[in-house]
Design a protein around this ligand. Structure first.
Ligand SMILES: Nc1ncnc2c1ncn2[C@@H]1O[C@H](COP(=O)(O)OP(=O)(O)OP(=O)(O)O)[C@@H](O)[C@H]1O
Ligand SMILES: [Mg+2]
Length: 227
């Protein structure tokens, strides 16, 4: 599903965010990308989503090489990806409901069904009462929950979640991870970037640790992480 080979990423003029990263993730895996602030977690996820291109090395998603895939190809690929950005990237001029339903519009789902599915997810995130609100009127945690609902509503094959619970309390984080685990049980590949060690330890999944752009550990289970 995901194959990175000798990938590095340098932001101009010379900010090295990733160095010599090799990583394989199979379809249906659940993995954490851990590491301190600035370690390169978001950069890695951006390469997987095609939001950034690698400076050297290869990024293959579902067999497609991100360096040579056309803009059209990237658009197609993104239809299969549910992404939760660290900064949410909600559409300010659309209501909460429309933010969540929008991705289904692109897939050609008709309006009534779009709204039904979007409301289901808003319900799961405890946001049904804010469906008609605009993002700017929401708290940070509420915006984050909208971003989670938007990523999940399309039933993607791959979920990329960048610090998806950074602004949420324990109860709400639990709900988000329950939804991610449920999707994963149904065969969805899930990649979660976080520096929250306690979440990683609780879920005890494969964990890749980044340090200053390099992978310094790849643990099948998080249990030994602190060792
Ligand atoms: N657009 C950019 N332009 C220049 N440098 C960048 C850019 N984005 C990230 N960087 C740099 O790349 C490095 C990795 O950043 P990245 O956002 O991937 O880290 P992170 O692990 O996601 O951190 P955090 O936990 O704080 O979200 C940092 O040194 C950062 O300053
Ligand atoms: Mg980040």
């Amino acid at each position: 599903m995901i194959h990175l080979h000798a990938v590095s990423k340098t932001y101009p003029p010379e900010q090295m965010a990733l160095r010599g990263v090799d990583l394989k993730v199979q379809q249906g895996e659940f993995i954490f990308v851990a590491g301190a602030s600035g370690a390169g977690k978001s950069s890695l996820l951006k390469l997987l989503f095609g939001a950034e291109r690698s400076s050297t090395g290869e990024v293959l998603i579902g067999g497609r090489n991100m360096a040579s895939v056309s803009a059209d190809g990237i658009a197609k690929l993104r239809r299969e990806i549910g992404v939760i950005f660290q900064d949410y990237k909600l559409l300010p001029r659309r209501t909460v409901l429309d933010n969540v339903a929008y991705g289904l519009e692109v897939l050609g789902v008709e309006a009534r069904e779009r709204n039904r599915l979007a409301l289901l997810l808003l319900h799961a995130m405890g946001l049904q009462d804010r469906a008609e609100a605009y993002p700017v009127t929401l708290s940070g945690g509420e915006q984050q929950r909208v971003a989670v609902a938007r990523a999940l509503v399309r039933k993607p094959r791959l979920i990329l979640a960048d610090e998806p619970t950074g602004n949420l309390d324990q109860e709400m984080s639990r709900r988000v991870f329950d939804l991610l685990l449920e999707a994963n049980s149904a065969g969805v590949t899930v990649v979660v970037a976080t520096h929250n060690l306690s979440v990683i330890e609780q879920l005890n999944k494969r964990t890749v640790v980044l340090d200053r752009g390099k992978i310094i550990g790849d643990f099948a289970h998080a249990g030994r992480l602190r060792a």
